[in-house]
Design a protein around this ligand. Structure first.
Ligand code: NI
Ligand code: MN
Length: 227
């Protein structure tokens, strides 16, 4: 059982093996609640899928207020290092053994540029596993055949966090196929409803997953759930 807190857009907070992981820190502080602020989060690691600001807007402030290590593409980590933040650079297809488990940085079909126009390297996602849990955080991506490599190269997934909002990423119809590609029946949705271009029809999304025999969780900002 893993406890996960949704902090808005694609940002999730979770603990595994005694380490706190924060994914794609752009946090809706107003909605997430007073306990989730830049100087109170104190994650051990910030995992950043790509350079777009809706995935890292709060990373610098959180990084400066904590001892957090950024895990991301070489280019994103290099950019944060010029701001004094520490990081662990990766590139697509590579994995590394951290003190909380294995991390494989996998491909995403998306773009990546940092807020000041610096090239962000390839956009990616993360597959993370240890002897308690195995999961996939897709970041922003289209449905892609590369997802079929995940069950061939990583332990069986307990759950996956997939974007559902369409327009900039896959929508829920493609996300159901993605769930098949990654051989995973427990999906947590993200990257929807934050602004008008990514409004999600919750009912249709839930029905589509149910028809496919899969469980879809549409998390609420600031709420913690178990999976
Ligand atoms: Ni993006
Ligand atoms: Mn995005």
């Amino acid at each position: 059982m893993t406890n996960i807190t949704f902090l808005g857009q694609s940002s999730f907070l979770m603990e595994t093996k005694g380490k706190t992981l924060l994914f794609d820190p752009m946090i809706s502080f107003d909605k997430a609640g007073p306990e989730y602020q830049v100087n109170t989060l104190q994650p051990d690691y910030m995992l950043i899928s790509h350079g777009h600001s809706d995935h890292l807007a709060d990373a610098e402030a959180i990084g400066k207020a904590s001892a957090s290590t950024i895990i991301s593409s070489f280019e994103v980590v290099s950019w944060f290092s010029t701001k004094g933040l520490k990081g662990h650079p990766m590139n697509i297809g590579g994995k590394f053994s951290f003190d909380f488990g294995q991390v494989k940085y996998v491909s995403a079909v998306h773009s990546s540029v940092l807020p000041d126009g610096t090239y962000g390297g390839p956009a990616g996602g993360f597959v993370i596993w240890n002897d308690d849990v195995s999961f996939y955080f897709a970041g922003d991506t289209a449905l892609t055949m590369d997802m079929k490599l995940i069950p061939l190269t990583c332990p069986k997934l307990d759950f996956a966090i997939l974007p559902l909002g369409d327009n900039f990423t896959m929508g829920y119809e493609d996300a159901v196929l993605a769930a098949d590609f990654i051989a995973c029946d427990h999906i947590i949705g993200c990257h929807y409803d934050t602004f008008d271009l990514i409004k999600l029809d919750h009912q249709k999304a839930l029905e589509t997953f149910e028809k496919a025999g899969k469980k879809l969780i549409l998390p609420e900002i600031g709420k913690t759930f178990s999976i």
